[in-house]
Design a protein around this ligand. Structure first.
Ligand SMILES: *Cc1c(COP(=O)(O)O)cnc(C)c1O
Length: 493
């Protein structure tokens, strides 16, 4: 399996090289030359444990890893770090299947990919005989950062630098990152929003002089954002897993398709669902749920992508994004892999802040349904689900639930639906409390976690237990244009 850039520089690379580089030289994203097909029966896949299924799917994409290498990566990633032995349990509540992707160390779905990426990267580097130390550069809207820090904490021959928007994330999210241990970890608050952080990181990747300076000092940059194919592919697994589990449990009939609802920011998670569909999993409509930063809702409904709008900080902060990087991979597929066209669209986005796709692409865009929920609707959805089934969902999952409700109303479609539950409610206790009123609003976020635990009868997840007592180790903040300097200081170059 070879990978090429969406922007068409013509060079192809193997999986290991694509994972190590993170982003192609021309600024495009690596995509598989073709989608591998599922050749085993869904019954057979339904009998597999999560790890076995992960091996079956990931091996098809990363075929330059030996069976033993890949098995080791998977075994080390999906172990007892996950506080639920199913790794990705499905829970039927209030009319939908909630796919709980948040039982990993940092309480967000990002753990699914970021607990395996460090092993993939390290194995890939060894395979190609790389001697340089890898520096992972990551922009985070709140959850990627912590998941990446945990994944790379103390992994030899790697360093990780995380940039988060200083004022745009929840108290728990911030504390999770600023208390991070590990000598190879660096966390920086940026004076700006997620897009600023992500653009800054992308510019650094494309900065030849900066890369040369690092190279001279025996460092090499790589990415833990979902622009890295090594992050995307492990996410395909749980969509396959959902479908075959529902089939095995006779919740759906053979041949029946299901809808998937994904609370979306950078378009990585929903793109993984699209990849699963392309591999042959009978997924129906992919429902793309946004918050008030509804650039994707507008795009899906009009074919016009326009990032020139007010950026809102919302109660689903991990989705506060106006430039969804992974959409580029989706555009590539629906354009019939027209590299020149993608190049033009991305250039236009950069220079003018918007673009419109052609009629043929608009037709193919109908695989998606786009909708959004504002902050009030999001909180109302938390309440609705709680009242219907005493089940507490977080605000991101609530955005998805609300958009799913709108979808049903608008389309009369009653296909079974899987909602990607992307974060644990324990991560956003203040917002949850605003509508469920479990604790007094003057309580701290940590006290709210305690009360939430008592009310739900659930243990506080290990990832945030005693977080308030940990030492704050990372206090650096910087302006957008100081990111390079900050990195140089960390690395001592
Ligand atoms: C990252 C994140 C999202 C958005 O996922 P994308 O892959 O960026 O679309 C949604 N919810 C939560 C909780 C997240 O952490």
């Amino acid at each position: 399996m070879l990978y090429r850039s969406t922007r068409g520089n013509g060079k192809v690379v193997g999986a290991s090289a694509a994972i190590i580089r993170g982003i192609a030289e021309d600024g495009g994203l690596y995509v598989p030359e073709e989608f591998p097909k599922i050749t085993k029966s869904f019954q057979e896949l339904g009998d597999m444990k999560y790890r076995e299924l992960a091996f079956y799917i990931i091996k098809k994409y990363f075929d330059d890893f030996s069976d033993a290498e890949l098995r080791e990566c998977i075994d080390r990633a999906y172990d007892e770090k996950f506080e639920n032995s199913y790794i990705a349990p499905l829970n039927y509540k209030a009319g939908a299947y909630f796919l709980e992707l948040y039982h990993g160390k940092t309480l967000a779905f990002k753990d699914k990919a970021l607990s395996i990426l460090p092993y993939l990267l390290k194995t890939a580097a060894e395979k190609i005989g790389m001697t340089k130390e890898i520096v992972i550069l990551t922009a985070t809207s709140g959850d990627t950062g912590k998941a990446a820090l945990e994944g790379f904490d103390s992994v030899d021959k790697t360093k990780i630098v995380v940039f988060y928007p200083k004022d745009g994330i929840s108290e728990i999210q911030k504390r999770q990152m600023t208390t991070q241990e590990g000598k190879n970890t660096f966390v920086v608050g940026i004076e700006g929003n997620f897009d600023d952080a992500q653009n800054g990181v992308k510019e650094i990747f494309n900065d030849k002089a900066f890369n040369e300076l690092l190279n001279k000092n025996n460092y090499m940059l790589s990415s833990a954002n979902s622009i890295n194919i090594g992050r995307l592919v492990p996410q395909v697994v749980y969509y396959v897993y959902s479908y075959v589990s529902l089939l095995k449990d006779k919740k759906i009939q053979e041949g029946e398709s299901i809808n998937v609802v994904v609370p979306t920011g950078n378009f990585g998670n929903i793109l993984a669902a699209f990849y699963a569909k392309a591999m042959g999993v009978p997924l129906g409509r992919l429902i793309c749920a946004s918050n008030e930063n509804k650039v994707l809702t507008d795009f899906v409904n009009t074919g016009i992508y326009d990032r020139k709008r007010e950026f809102s900080v919302t109660n689903s902060p991990s989705m506060d994004i106006l430039i969804s990087s992974n959409l580029e991979r989706f555009l590539y597929e629906i354009s019939g892999r027209d590299e020149e066209l993608i190049n033009n669209l991305m250039k236009q986005l950069k220079e003018e802040g918007n673009y419109e796709i052609n009629e043929e692409m608009k037709e193919k865009l109908k695989i998606l349904y786009g909708g959004f929920a504002d902050e009030k609707e999001t909180l109302a959805a938390v309440k609705k689900v709680y009242e219907a089934s005493e089940y507490v969902i977080d605000t991101h999952t609530a955005v998805a639930y609300e958009v799913y409700e709108k979808y049903k109303k608008n389309t009369y479609n009653d296909r079974a639906a899987v909602i990607a539950s992307t974060a644990s409610p324990f991560k956003f206790p203040r917002s949850i409390n605003e509508v469920l009123n479990f604790a007094n609003s003057s309580a701290s976020d940590f006290e709210m976690v305690q009360v939430l635990s008592e009310k739900m009868g659930l243990k506080i997840p290990k990832g945030i237990e005693s977080l308030d007592k940990k030492e704050i180790r990372h206090k650096v903040t910087c302006k957008k244009d100081e990111m390079r300097e900050v990195i140089k200081n960390f690395l001592g170059v």
